[in-house]
Design a binder for this molecule. Structure first.
Ligand SMILES: *Cc1c(COP(=O)(O)O)cnc(C)c1O
Length: 224
């Protein structure tokens, strides 16, 4: 079942992405079982997205080797020190203060964390994220000064209530921001990722150039 879903998702990527070779699937495994995750891993899907530190930690201990975890949840400042041993990439950076703390902890363990800035394009108050282009420019400039963080792109969460047209616009907007920032700061070689698209809207995201799609329920089935 999961192996079949993986194949189906790969076909969808081939069909809709302008450059399928650039697209990476993140298997969003929050509230999913270890057994299902292990099936993924055995089928060659190695990257998992988790929203909660505690959950990620216990899963990492139970899974066989070879899994890589991306953090896609809200990060509480008092838990930042636990990120280095668990995650390679964080999709939800929204402020410089958090970036500095992350940088300190990654410097201690002599590691580099890949980060994406989260943008709240739909400006829903329930969502985290930078709200406009000028704050994006500001945080980008600051994060680029931190040696143990590597800024690789932008992330957004679509609104499940929105129409296809407005979701498509939103994803196109994120891509435009990414292109502008890459140019402005001359980081075209590293600022290449667009994390957008979940189970309900990932085809639209693929069409607009997503490079990370974050799929939970369409891959694993509904959550516990
Ligand atoms: C839970 C979650 C997903 C996956 O959602 P599905 O609808 O199950 O695909 C993707 N991104 C973020 C940030 C999430 O919290």
């Amino acid at each position: 079942m999961i192996a079949e879903q993986l194949l189906q998702i790969k076909r969808t990527i081939q069909l809709y992405a302008p450059d399928p070779g650039k697209v990476k699937l993140i298997a969003v495994s929050k509230k999913q079982t270890i057994d299902k995750m292990q099936v993924c891993l055995d089928s060659g899907q190695t990257v998992f997205g988790e929203n909660f530190l505690q959950e990620a930690q216990s899963k990492k201990e139970l899974l066989q080797q070879g899994a890589e975890f991306h953090f896609i949840g809200r990060l509480q400042k008092n838990k930042i020190k636990r990120i280095p041993s668990l995650f390679s990439t964080l999709h939800t950076l929204t402020d410089y203060e958090t970036a500095q703390l992350l940088n300190q902890h990654f410097a201690k363990s002599q590691q580099v964390l890949q980060v994406l800035l989260q943008v709240n394009l739909s400006q829903e108050t329930s969502k985290a994220g930078l709200l406009d282009f000028s704050s994006l420019q500001y945080v980008t400039e600051q994060v680029l000064t931190l040696p143990n963080l590597k800024l690789i792109g932008l992330m957004t969460i679509g609104d499940p209530q929105a129409t296809a047209t407005s979701t498509q616009k939103l994803f196109a907007q994120l891509r435009s921001y990414q292109e502008q920032l890459a140019k402005q700061f001359a980081i075209e070689d590293q600022f290449i990722e667009l994390s957008m698209g979940m189970s309900h809207d990932y085809i639209l995201a693929l069409q607009e150039g997503a490079t990370f799609i974050r799929l939970g329920q369409s891959l694993f089935g509904s959550r516990k």
